[in-house]
Design a protein around this ligand. Structure first.
Ligand code: G4P
Length: 534
């Protein structure tokens, strides 16, 4: 019989929590769907509708989001595979929502980077890769669309190393390229895997496996392809990088898998190797001290808040990443920001549109709890009396600004409520200009599409039509200055001072030239590019 403690440890150790990053269109949605297919979470691929977010008007796309449940906003999908409990964090693909993706990456322990074999490393992949790099988490690479014409596999490895600065180790090698993709050579098992079936990607493929020298593969591939493959594998073994698990886990070496998410080729091998190589949740840091996930007292941090996720449930959900201890329904925890004890109500897990109630959850898991308006992104919740305060989640500096107000002044109350809730979600940042004499609201966003989402959501969720006037500012900096006095501050013509949602003074201006001038004119002032939530 297992003791309670052993059972708890087993639960922690079987958790694998990861996020998929990619440039739009590389195949993240398709791969997610196929992992769910293999994980038994869906029966037929195609049940999760394809999201063409970047091609749709925002309104369509919000509709799609509602129907589909996993897309614009990140959510989490949980399934069991080979005894592991897998938590897959879904992230929005569009760069305008990269802040949301960034926050989600804070909750992940591993990342999978999907690359289109024809396009190689693209802009958004680079950006998100850097975020993973900073966190030092293991990064696995899935080179997708191998069923189509693409770059030479050696060239792709070279590109990953050159552009991203990470060494690569191909775990498998494609058999046939440019429309002739038949399978992979699994370097770890030293065996061929030639795929068949799969009903155009709708169901799992089967594979003929065996020794590369077996006459079966000579016959299947033909003399030329077989010879070429043998040559390439020899080259990899002799001249390629060595596999080193420690370096993989430190994020210094990326295991690379070739495959095709659409036809399911290579998906299963990828999932199995990935689960074998990744580690359970690692310790997280609270004020410089390690918090072991296996310690018994519960702790978690909030990385996402989402209001009105579903029109049928007009409520607000805070997403928690559990870092230690066991979560049980109805438990009470302390909110580190104000030391208040809070009952964690209505815990839920999400799967696409469906929600289910959670009785218990473990480190590595993500759950949603009801938020009556008290939580903030970056908050820590902990169970015992000793304070745990996980590292802050930095807020990106917005790059686009607009003045907004409600078209109908009678709707000012709903307008303020909507703005406040959306800013607490981190979907927008709100500033109030000082010395302007009028009660104005300036909204700042990182990606321009967020303005459209703001307009759409205010109308649909709060029934408020707005007027928006875009402003010429391109930068915002948080002012650090002893005894700051806005009246005494010496500005340039194109700059203004405003207060952020925590009443911290910020400076908005149009270009770097102004920044230099302002620093020159105001001795002792320091301008910070990132706001830390307090
Ligand atoms: P994303 O989430 O990264 O943005 O990409 P998504 O999965 O939506 O895939 C983008 C397009 O690439 C889709 O085609 C998808 O079917 C296709 N695709 C994904 N994986 C593969 C693959 O392994 N091989 C090939 N040949 N294509 C792949 P679409 O025509 O734009 O949309 P759809 O109508 O097929 O959904």
């Amino acid at each position: 019989m297992k003791t309670v403690n052993q059972a708890f440890q087993d639960e922690v150790r079987r958790r694998r929590t990861f996020a998929i990053i990619s440039h739009p269109d590389a195949g993240k949605t398709t791969l997610t769907e196929k992992l769910l297919l293999y994980g038994g979470a869906i029966r037929l691929a195609g049940s999760v509708k394809s999201r063409r977010a970047q091609r749709h008007a925002v309104s369509d796309w919000m509709e799609i989001e509602k129907q589909r449940g996993i897309s614009v906003t990140s959510s989490v999908l949980q399934f069991e595979y080979m005894g592991h409990m897998v938590n897959l964090l879904d992230t929005p693909g569009h760069q305008d929502f990269s802040e949301d993706t960034y926050r989600t990456l804070m909750a992940a322990d591993n990342a999978v980077m999907v690359i289109d074999c024809a396009k190689g490393v693209e802009a958004q992949t680079k950006k998100l890769f850097q975020v993973c790099r900073l966190r030092g988490i293991p990064i696995f690479t899935f080179i997708n669309k191998m069923d189509r014409a693409g770059k030479d596999p050696f060239e792709l490895l070279e590109e990953i190393e050159q552009v991203l600065g990470i060494e690569s180790y191909p775990m498998n090698w494609p058999v046939g390229t440019d429309g002739q993709f038949k399978g992979v050579y699994n370097r770890v098992k030293a065996q061929m895997e030639i795929f068949e079936g799969g009903h155009h990607g709708q169901s799992q493929v089967s594979a003929i496996t065996g020794d590369i020298d077996s006459p079966v593969f000579h016959d299947l591939l033909g003399e030329t392809l077989h010879k070429q493959l043998m040559g390439e594998i020899e080259l990899l073994d002799e001249a390629g990088n060595q596999f080193d698990l420690k370096r993989v886990l430190k994020g210094e070496l990326t295991p690379v898998f070739f495959g095709s998410a659409m036809t399911n080729f290579g998906v299963q091998t990828f999932l199995e190797s990935f689960l074998e190589l990744t580690l359970p949740p690692a310790p997280r840091f609270s004020q410089g001290e390690e918090v072991d996930p296996e310690r018994p007292d519960f702790s978690a941090f909030i990385f996402k808040i989402q209001a009105n996720m579903n029109p049928a449930h007009r409520d607000r959900i805070a997403f928690l990443r559990i870092c230690s201890g066991r979560f049980s329904k109805g438990m009470t925890a302390t909110l580190s920001r104000n030391n208040k004890k809070i009952k964690l109500a209505q815990p839920q897990q999400f799967f696409a549109q469906d929600r289910s109630s959670v009785e218990e959850a473990y480190p590595g898991d993500i759950i949603g709890i009801h938020d009556p308006g008290i939580f903030r992104i970056g908050d820590t919740l902990f169970e015992n009396d000793v304070l745990i305060q996980y590292d802050d989640i930095p807020v990106f500096a917005p790059e686009h600004f607009a003045k907004i107000h409600a078209k109908d002044s009678m709707k000012r109350k709903q307008f303020i409520k909507g703005i406040q809730q959306l800013s607490e979600e981190g979907a927008i940042q709100v500033f109030r200009p000082i010395n302007s004499g009028i009660e104005e609201i300036i909204v700042g966003v990182v990606g321009i599409l967020q303005f459209e989402v703001l307009e759409y959501r205010l109308l649909n969720e709060y029934n408020v039509e707005i007027r928006m006037q875009q402003l010429p500012y391109r930068q915002v900096r948080w002012i650090e200055s002893e005894g700051f006095d806005s009246d005494a501050f010496n500005l340039t013509m194109d700059a203004i001072i405003a207060l952020d949602q925590d009443d911290h003074p910020v400076l908005m201006y149009q270009n770097e030239w102004s920044e230099e001038r302002i620093v020159e004119r105001n001795k002792g002032v320091v301008l910070q590019p990132i706001a830390r939530r307090t």
